[in-house]
Structures are given as structure tokens and as C-alpha cells.
Design a protein around this ligand. Structure first.
Ligand code: BGC
Length: 808
């Protein structure tokens, strides 16, 4: 069956949105969102030249701005003292710290005095209610606290890490996962998830690539929307909705050298073309809050950056929710070197538009005096307080400040949630390689009759590591390991297990025992990789991307036994393992799959479920290639047909953009992933050979009309395998002859097809003007005359090319 062709086709077209609505929203929500969407279309004139569809969509869609609410905000603001106003802008961690702290513990007293607006890292209803009772029953104005948490890929029911969720290329399942997370988190009083992280991540050295949706803005937009719709649900005021918080605004993922917190230089052009779109998509989906970053951007820290916050976020996009700082990022303006004391750091942050000070306490300590001394206008504080109150009203906190302690336990780990975690994990696996050992059929899937299987490796039975980094309330005892699931499947007598050492070290005896275990078995499953919590995520950048400890040695020794080996790779990023990809017949990228790791893997390894994941990041051959991403520019000296496997001194071209000792191509391209079926792609065909830039621009600017062109692009896809299969078909575009150089390919659509063995299906993408729009040399969003190349392909490196022209 083919899913609606308009579903993930290019751009946020009118028809595209209708398609999404049909598929994912309930009838009631459909009506509400459609109304808002139409309002957006009507509210913007062609002359405004705003990018994408409209401004103020966040305000409209998240019901942050109805008139009654604004009156309540005015009335409350009117009653507040300056200190109480500042209090609403102060946020502390009251539980497990995720960074250096302030040393404060006098929260009860501060809450009673109205000095705290938000708390986070409290993870049970009893404790959040205790704090809330002080705010609501003892403080003068009874303004409730909003409780937040890093709910990143689940709350108690842990789903795959976000990079794994992105590998599903399935926004619907991501939205459902976020809904489960919202339901569980809100049961404890948490109404604010510091998620999704929508930073574009092009560098596998950066530990936080694990939290991202990878390198592509189009896929990033789809995932951003899915998370936000899932967290915020049908109404933000529903007790089981949590406010989303796209982060880190903006550019954090481009840290130089992949080293966390490092400086970032991104031109405005690149910022607008690659880094901003997922934020915009999250806000268009209604995200009520946003978080700035730790990084400086072109010399100005993002937590005091008027260009990104005031100009882009507020003025161009009309955002009216909370702008939160990151953990102590206001205090960090001092080491950044743009402030010499707490007062000037606070002044720069608030004047740039950072409204809530997470943890650093600088707003608490200095802001009232800054206002009294005239260094900060009170209107800046008022504006920030308005946004905080707007979100609190929208969440319904004034009406329902407390969590229901009786409901809390029953909300966690419900059977449907666990089943969804298994389904999401299955969809996240990316089959990187599946060859026969010698001749015959590929190693995977394993036969269900296997009676003598070895499981080897430090990741085979480690429940905690399956949860990955930022695992909220995920508990090891809730996670099922691969070993446990294999025993369940095969029976204890048919599985041999050897740990083969720890992730970071192994003794000779452990290695020898593992080799003996392999020798005694018919087939080997090797479970190798990183430690999810220690080696991925924040503060976990790596300069070496191989297997830690002695795992490479273990791998080579096991392969040398001559047994058929399947490598299940657990990692929060692509790892550079050229030896493995050459010598191991089957490799499955499993990321960190969450609580249902074992069952999902066993179903996949034994063929009850076929892997369908596709890479959301380019997989490098070696660290020296990083940052490596598919949507790069061509350069003036592309390597073209140069044989890059040879160094220049053996006769290949030297003066092209290349390395003398490594290929330019990745190990596996963005979008790549095998299944147990196989697919062939027919030629890409377009319905028209020429389009008009003027018509496309009219569509882009005139928001009263559909911005679609009439163009369709299609190709026949055939399942050439022997079993039914599912394939994510991708649409890529390249523009040539434009005022700014454009990527050699850019993803502009994707859709899933399910085909029976031997079946052929025509897959059609309807392509809107946004697929051809770019940021020009004046930083304007427009369609220019161009030569266009298009591909319908299984990944970013293959497919047949179709061409057309965009005339004036
Ligand atoms: C991270 C944020 C996170 C915050 C609160 C920071 O260290 O950068 O992503 O939301 O801590 O825990």
C-alpha cells in the first residue's frame, strides 16, 4: 500500500498539511488546527515576504494568545511587585543536577516569597505537589510553578534515543512516543519537556548527536513537528499535555571540532538554509517555549544574541512563548567574555530576549536593581513575565496546579506504551550490511530453528546501557536485554553467552572464553558498542570513533573463528569501523533502543520483523572526514570521477577537493538502510520539463493560494526480493545556476511503500514551490531561475536523475 503521496512531500504545502491532518490528527483537533491554519493563511499579505507560510502560527496554534488570557495576564501583572515579576523569570533545579549548581536549597522560603517561577528535575507527584502547595497556598499572588524535565526519548517508558527515532523516518510513531512521554511525565506534575533537541548535527564526534534527528533540515522539520504535536497533544491545557521546548537556539550542533560547548561560526545564509528550519517547524507546530544554547554564534553567545532572538524569533516569526536560557548559560556570559560581572551578564541576556534564567540565579540576584537603576527598562521584564504567565495560563496551571498522586503509578509503563516502545525500536534499526558467509543466502534473518546460538559482547546483557543518555525515569529493571529476550525465544539450553569483557576493558581470559563460546556455536551474535550514558550525550564528545576498550580485538578474534557473525552495534552516533564493514557479513545499527531493546532485536534478527530504518546521518569511514554530510556544496573543484582509492602519486588527480589518504565518500550515505526484501528503482520522471519562477514565487508569497506547483515526480519501485517489504522512498533536489551555491542534493520528500514480493508500485511526489526555494545572496527566501535535477532514490547517493528548468 502506498501512503498518501502528499504526506511528506516537499515543503509545508497546503495539501501537505491537509495530508498530515488526515493521517495523524483526531477529527476534533483536525478542525481546530485547520481553523488556525486558515487564519494563518489569511493573516499574512503577499507584501510581507515572510519565509514559509505565516508568522504568529505558534501563537495561534498553541492557544497561547486568546484575548481572555491576555486580560488575565494584564490583571495579574498589574498586581505584581518588581521582585515578584523577577521571581517569575527564575528557574532552579530541585533534584538530580545535570550541570554545575548554584548551591541553593532554600527553595521553600523563596517560593513563598514569590521568587521562583519554575523548577525542574523533580520526578514524582508527591514532591512537585509539596512545592506547588507553597506557591499556590502560601505565596501572595498564588502563581503556580511550572515543573520541567529533560524528557528526551520517553519518561518511564524509554523509547530509542532521538537519533534512533529519526532513523524510523516515521513521524507518526515519534508523535505517539512523545504522547506517551507526555502522559507519564505529566502524571508526576511535569508540564514542560525540554525537548525536542532540533539542532542540526553533522559531526559524529559531538556527543549530543545522539539527541538529534541528524543532519538534514527536512527530516529534522518532520521530527520536530512530530515531537511537538505529541508532547502538546490536542490542547496544551489538557492535564496530560506538556509544553515542548525546541532547543538549543541556535547552531549548538556546529561546535567546532565536535567538542561540546565549543564556539560556532555559521553564516546567516547557512543558518537560514540549514539550522533554523527545524526550529521554525517546531514553533509552527505550536511549541510554547524555546531554549537558547551554550554556544557563541559568530562571536555572540546565543544566550545573549539579539539577532537570533529579537530579530528572527520575535520579529520575523512572531513567537510569543517563553525563551528559556540553558543551564547557567546566563552566568556563562562571563567566561565567554562578553560580561565581567553578574549584573552585566543578566542585563545582556534580558535585553537580548532571554526571559528565564535557568539555574544561574543572576536574574534573581541583579535584575530588580538593574531596573531600579535604569539599566534595564521595566518593560523588558514585563514582556518576559507576560510570556511566562501566558504559558502557565495556557497549561491550565491556575485551574489545576496539582498532579493526581493516585493516578501516578498506574500511568507508567502501560502495556500499550511498552508495545509502542517495541514497535519504535524495531523501526529504528538500520541494517547496514547483510551478506552471505561464503555463498548462499545472507546471514540475516537467522533461522527460528537455530539451536546453538552464541551471544557475545559487553552490550548483550546490560539493561542500563540500553536506555541511552538522558533517560529520565527509565529504570534498568524495566529494560529487557538481548540476552533475556534470546533466552525467551530459544530456551536457555540453546543460547551460549560470554560477556567478552567490559565496554572499556577486557582481560585475556575473557577474550579467550568468548572465542571458545563462539567456536562451540553455529552462529554468533556480537553485541558491541559504546556506553550510552557515559560516552554519548552532553559532555561526551569523542576524538576517536572506534569501538572502545578491547572490543575491536574481540570482534576480530570472533570473526576469525569462521562462524557466521551478526554484529549488533549499540551506539549514539555512527562509529568508524572500516574493518567490521569489510569482514563481518551482517551489521545492524541498533542505536540505544530503550526498554524493549531485547524483544525488538530478537524479532528483527529472526525475521518476525524486517528492518526498515534509514540513516538520518552520513556514516563516515574515518574521523578525519568529519564533519561529513550529504547536503554539502559542490566546491569549484569537485573530485568528480577521480579514483580516490589511489593517492595522487599513483596517478589520480591531486588538485581536486579530496584527501590524499581517504575517500570523500562515506561508509554509508544519508538515507541508507537495507531490508530483508530488496528494491529496484525505475527512472525518475517529472510531469513537466519547465516551471516558471514567477508562478512559483507567487505561490510561495501569496499565502491565500496554494503554494503548490502542479509538478509531480514519480518512479516505479519494484520489490525484487522473495518476501514482502517496506521501503522509505526519498525525493532529492539540486538547483544549479542560482545566486547562492546550493547543496549537491537536498531531501524534499519521503514516503513509505509496502510491496509484496515481485510487486511494482508507482510512487508519486507532488512537489510544491518550497522544494525549489532558497535563501538568495541578499538573504531573501525566493525561487530563482535554475536548472533542476531531481532523484527518487533509496538514499542520498543513488537513483536516476531527471532534469527540468525553472524559467523566469
Ligand atoms: C542541557 C539542556 C538541558 C538542561 C537542563 C543542559 O545542560 O544543555 O539541553 O535541557 O541542561 O537539564
Amino acid at each position: 500500500m502506498i501512503l498518501s503521496a502528499s504526506k511528506h512531500t516537499a515543503g509545508l504545502t497546503f495539501n501537505g498539511v491537509i495530508g498530515v491532518l488526515k493521517n495523524v490528527l483526531t477529527p476534533l483537533l483536525r478542525l481546530a488546527v485547520l481553523t488556525c491554519f486558515l487564519m494563518c493563511f489569511q493573516s499574512v499579505t503577499a507584501q510581507e515576504k515572510v519565509p514559509y507560510t505565516a508568522s504568529n502560527t505558534a501563537l495561534l496554534r498553541s492557544s497561547l494568545g486568546d484575548a481572555a488570557g491576555e486580560q488575565r495576564i494584564d490583571a495579574l501583572l498589574h498586581k505584581m511587585t518588581l521582585e515578584e515579576k523577577v521571581g517569575q523569570l527564575v528557574q532552579y533545579s530541585a533534584g538530580q543536577p545535570t550541570g554545575p549548581g548554584t548551591g541553593r536549597t532554600d527553595y521553600n522560603d523563596m517560593i513563598q516569597k514569590g521568587e521562583i517561577g519554575a523548577l525542574f528535575n523533580i520526578t514524582n507527584a508527591h514532591d512537585s505537589n509539596a512545592f506547588q502547595r507553597i506557591a499556590v497556598e502560601k505565596s501572595r499572588l498564588r502563581i503556580p510553578i511550572v515543573f520541567g524535565l529533560d524528557v528526551i526519548h520517553g519518561f518511564r517508558t524509554e523509547f530509542p534515543i532521538p537519533l534512533g527515532l529519526a532513523a524510523t523516518w516515521d513521524p507518526e510513531i515519534v508523535q505517539k512516543a512523545a504522547r506517551v512521554a507526555a502522559r507519564e511525565a505529566s502524571a508526576t506534575g511535569i508540564r514542560w519537556a525540554f525537548s525536542p533537541m532540533v539542532d542540526i548535527a553533522r559531526d559524529a564526534r559531538w556527543g549530543r548527536i545522539t539527541e538529534s534527528s541528524g543532519e538534514d533540515p527536512y527530516l529534522g522539520e518532520a521530527m520536530a513537528r512530530a515531537f511537538v504535536l505529541g508532547y502538546q497533544g490536542e490542547r496544551l491545557s489538557a492535564p496530560d499535555s506538556v509544553a515542548a521546548c525546541p532547543k538549543h537556539f541556535v547552531g549548538y550542533g556546529a561546535a567546532e571540532g565536535g567538542r561540546d560547548y565549543n564556539s560556532v561560526e555559521i553564516s546567516e545564509h547557512t543558518l537560514r538554509e540549514f539550522y533554523l528550519p527545524p526550529f521554525r517547524a517546531a514553533l509552527d507546530a505550536g511549541a510554547a517555549t524555546i531554549m537558547t544554547g551554550f554556544n557563541s554564534l559568530n562571536g555572540v553567545p546565543t544566550s545573549a544574541n539579539p539577532f537570533t532572538i529579537k530579530q528572527i524569533l520575535r520579529k520575523e516569526w512572531g513567537f510569543r512563548g517563553i525563551v528559556d536560557s540553558d543551564w547557567t548559560s546566563v552566568a556563562e556570559l562571563i567566561p565567554h567574555g562578553i560580561a565581567n560581572d553578574p549584573a552585566s551578564a543578566a542585563r545582556k541576556a534580558i535585553l537580548a530576549g532571554v526571559e528565564m534564567d535557568m539555574v544561574s540565579s543572576f536574574y534573581h540576584d541583579t535584575l530588580a536593581n538593574l531596573v531600579r537603576s535604569g539599566q534595564v527598562p521595566e518593560s523588558a521584564v514585563d514582556e518576559a513575565v507576560r510570556d511566562v504567565l501566558r504559558v502557565k495560563f495556557a497549561l491550565g496551571l491556575f485551574e489545576r496546579p496539582y498532579a493526581d498522586e493516585k493516578q501516578e503509578a498506574g500511568t507508567m509503563l502501560q502495556p500499550e506504551s511498552v508495545a509502542l516502545a517495541r514497535a519504535a525500536a524495531e523501526r529504528s534499526f538500520v541494517l547496514l550490511k547483510n551478506s552471505p558467509l561464503g555463498t548462499g543466502s545472507p546471514v540475516l534473518p537467522l533461522s527460528s530453528d537455530s539451536k546453538n546460538v552464541a551471544l557475545i559482547g559487553p552490550l548483550g546483557d546490560d539493561a542500563a546501557v540500553m536506555l541511552g543518555s538522558w533517560s529520565a525515569q527509565g529504570r534498568p529493571e524495566d529494560a529487557v536485554t538481548l540476552r533475556a529476550a534470546l533466552i525467551q525465544k530459544l530456551g536457555p539450553d540453546h543460547l551460549r553467552y560470554a560477556k567478552g569483557g567490559e565496554i572499556t576493558k577486557a582481560s585475556d581470559e575473557q577474550l579467550a572464553e568468548a572465542v571458545n563460546t563462539a567456536r562451540e556455536s553455529d552462529t554468533v551474535i556480537l553485541a558491541l558498542g559504546e556506553n550510552g550514558s557515559a560516552m554519548t550525550g552532553e559532555g561526551a564528545s569523542r576524538a576517536h570513533l572506534g569501538l572502545p576498550g578491547r572490543q575491536q580485538q574481540l570482534l576480530e578474534a570472533i570473526v576469525a573463528t569462521g562462524k557466521p557473525v551478526t554484529l549488533v552495534l549499540f551506539s549514539g552516533r555512527p562509529l568508524t569501523l572500516p574493518w567490521a564493514f569489510e569482514h563481518v557479513p551482517a551489521v545492524l545499527a541498533a542505536w540505544f533502543p530503550g526498554v524493549q531493546a531485547g524483544p525488538a532485536l530478537v524479532r528483527t534478527l529472526f525475521g518476525d520483523s524486517s528492518p526498515t530504518g534509514k540513516l538520518p546521518v552520513t556514516w563516515p569511514r574515518s574521523v578525519g572526514q568529519e564533519p561529513l554530510y550529504y547536503n554539502a556544496l559542490n566546491t569549484g573543484r569537485p573530485a568528480g570521477n577521480t579514483d580516490l582509492t589511489k593517492p595522487p602519486w599513483e596517478g589520480s588527480d591531486k588538485f581536486v577537493s579530496r584527501y590524499i589518504d581517504e575517500q570523500n565518500s562515506p561508509q554509508f550515505p544519508f538515507g541508507y538502510g537495507l531490508t530483508y526484501a530488496s528494491f529496484s528503482y525505475g527512472p525518475t520522471q517529472t510531469s513537466s520539463a519547465q516551471l516558471s519562477a514567477k508562478t512559483l514565487n507567487d505561490g510561495l508569497r501569496d499565502t491565500k493560494r496554494s503554494p503548490d506547483s502542479d509538478l509531480t515526480v514519480s518512479a516505479n519501485i519494484t520489490n525484487t526480493g522473495t518476501r514482502a517489504g517496506e521501503e522509505t522512498v526519498q525525493l532529492y533536489v539540486r538547483l544549479e545556476g542560482t545566486s547562492t551555491a546550493q547543496p549537491i542534493r537536498a531531501l524534499k520528500g519521503f514516503q513509505r511503500v509496502k510491496l509484496a514480493a515481485g510487486q511494482t508500485q508507482r510512487v508519486t511526489f507532488r512537489v510544491g514551490a518550497e522544494a525549489f526555494a532558497l535563501w538568495d545572496d541578499q538573504n531573501k527566501y525566493t525561487v530563482e531561475p535554475a536548472r533542476v535535477k531531481m532523484w527518487i532514490s533509496p538514499d542520498s547517493a543513488h537513483g536516476s536523475e531527471a532534469t527540468l528548468d525553472i524559467a523566469k
